[in-house]
Design a protein around this ligand. Structure first.
Ligand code: ZN
Length: 339
């Protein structure tokens, strides 16, 4: 670990050591820079998978005779996916109790308020608390094996189900990361392959958290966007490359910092459209975040439908909440009709 990084971790530890509790008073939103999103670059299988999804979207466009594709294979945006969500709170000894149930409920509400218009619902099934100094730094723990073992023991549910891990001592310059959908055939049926599937969030980014300017809970919204298959709007840092492979997000070379005062930023002046500074998949601050595009929503539906939704929930807590009859009424599983 570099000295700078080490200091950041120590500072994060010291800072979180004040045992702040949620909710905190609204911040002055002065921090100009979003911390890093450590979601890994998509791998080759992702690009192969996304081509399959794009083929479906293009075929639907031809069938419909419209420029804007609507999936017929997965009737995009005509139903709502319900995503059963398991939250794991990992705190250091000194920070035990930092993340309250109220803060977790508030975070889930932010996810729902944001994603409901795009026809996704997050249903909080269970919250688990762990106290462990080493694990409280999350994936940045110095003991990778120990951390992996923790995930193996704690990740809950199927590939269709979301596990959000929240850490009290995440490095302060890192905000979060998620795994993108793995598009290999039948991956969802291989528990040993999906033990590390999920999202990891800095507790300070939760609504009312201590990271000024980034404490409205939108880090989780951004990260879940990755979990549902979206890339950054500035993917590739290039005006001419494939970018995020979504047709209605403008070319963007650089991430946005804070929120440009006049509301305009254009890092690809030769290309149509300004940078999507209000898009959840940019790096703007929380008050600047506003929307996904229509085709990002289509992409999330298709990625979830194609690569995650095949795994029917068998988790006892989900089954308790939604008995068989309910699940069947609910269009089989996972979906509820939009009326
Ligand atoms: Zn990201």
């Amino acid at each position: 670990m570099k000295i700078g990084k080490f200091l950041a971790v120590v500072l994060a530890f010291a800072k979180a050591g004040n045992a702040r509790r949620f909710p905190l008073p609204p911040s002055n939103l002065s921090n100009p820079d979003r911390g890093w999103c450590a979601t890994p670059e998509p791998d080759e299988s992702y690009f192969i998978g996304i081509k399959d999804v794009q083929a479906i979207e293009a075929r639907d466009a031809r069938v419909a005779g419209k420029l804007v594709p609507r999936s017929s294979f997965f009737p995009t945006l005509r139903w709502t996916w319900t995503i059963y969500t398991f939250v794991h709170v990992v705190e250091s000894k000194v920070n035990e109790g930092l993340v309250t149930d109220a803060a977790i409920r508030w975070q889930i509400k932010v996810l729902n308020d944001t994603y409901n218009p795009y026809q996704f619902k997050f249903y909080l099934v269970k919250v688990q608390h762990y106290v462990d100094d080493k694990l409280s730094m999350g994936p940045f723990s110095s003991d990778a094996e120990y951390f992996d073992d923790f995930l193996r023991k704690t990740r809950t549910g199927q590939y269709s189900e979301l596990n959000i891990y929240i850490y009290s001592n995440y490095p302060e310059d890192e905000f979060g990361m998620c795994t993108m959908p793995n598009t290999e055939p039948l991956i969802w049926a291989m528990p040993e392959q999906i033990y590390d599937d999920g999202c990891h969030i800095n507790a300070g980014s939760m609504p009312g958290g201590w990271i000024e300017g980034y404490n409205m809970g939108y880090t989780a919204v951004h990260e879940v966007g990755h979990w549902l298959g979206l890339m950054h709007t500035f993917q590739g840092h290039n005006c001419d490359g494939p970018g995020d492979m979504v047709a209605d997000t403008p070319a963007q070379r650089l991430p946005t910092k804070g929120c440009p005062k006049d509301g305009v930023k254009d890092t690809c002046p030769g290309k149509e459209g300004y940078d999507a500074i209000h898009n959840f998949m940019d790096y703007s601050n929380d008050p600047c975040y506003r929307n996904f595009t229509y085709l990002q929503a289509v992409r999330m539906h298709n990625m979830y439908g194609m690569y995650r939704s095949k795994s029917v929930s068998v988790h006892k807590d989900v089954r308790k909440l939604f008995p068989d009859e309910e699940m069947e009424k609910n269009d089989g599983w996972k979906t509820s009709a939009v009326t």
